[in-house]
Design a protein around this ligand. Sequence first.
Ligand code: CTP
Ligand code: CA
Length: 226
Amino acid sequence: LEFPPQTQPLAGIKLMLTAGPTREALDPVRFISNHSSGKMGFALAHAAARLGAEVTLVSGPVALATPTGVTRIDVESAAQMHAAVMQDIARQHIFIACAAVADYAPKTVAEHKIKKTQSDAMVIELTKNPDIVADVAARENKPFTVGFAAETRDLEQYARDKLNRKKLDMIAANNVAAAGQGFNSDSNALTVLWPTGKTELPLAGKSELAILLLTLIAEKYHDTHR
Ligand code: CTP
Ligand code: CA
């Protein structure tokens, strides 16, 4: 399904997204991860392609089909996702970080399956992962950079803080504790913030919401590249 050219505000634009969770290995059979389904990121990739963009989707492990016309790169860990993004970021006009990247990874990955011991307690040491979206936004010729913020409280305050701290051009915040907006939901509502303003995108299906958010991103992108 193609949109006519006059409704393709992302024609000629190279757009990269991250989506899904990451997996941080503990040993050959175990990992630390989260409940991200990848649905929002994949809906955005699909919508971006329909709006005319050349789309690269860097995805963690998800059970979703690749949208038509989208180039997909599969990764597992945050470190792999970081490397895949940096490999191709220089030629991108827009970067959208939708992935639920694990903040920490086990400090060491056991070569063999970790065995149960006599002790009732077990401690796993973790080390901080690279911040992919912050590293992209810190680049000299950075693309228009959009982050997501999944919060369970003080949504706008935390999101505004992330926008500033990571030097993003825009952040889309969603309340993952609210009904119908969870990690595995088919619908979502977003509070979108940028340095000089904000707008609300009310509860809608993720594909409809994706078109609305990308239309807004295209507008702001073209505003700053006039
Ligand atoms: N992000 C990223 N790399 C990381 C962590 C987060 O690219 N290692 C991106 C996410 O894809 C999202 C944004 O940063 O676009 C915000 O993620 P979030 O987890 O909400 O922010 P954190 O800075 O990790 O803060 P916290 O988890 O403490 O709320
Ligand atoms: Ca985080």
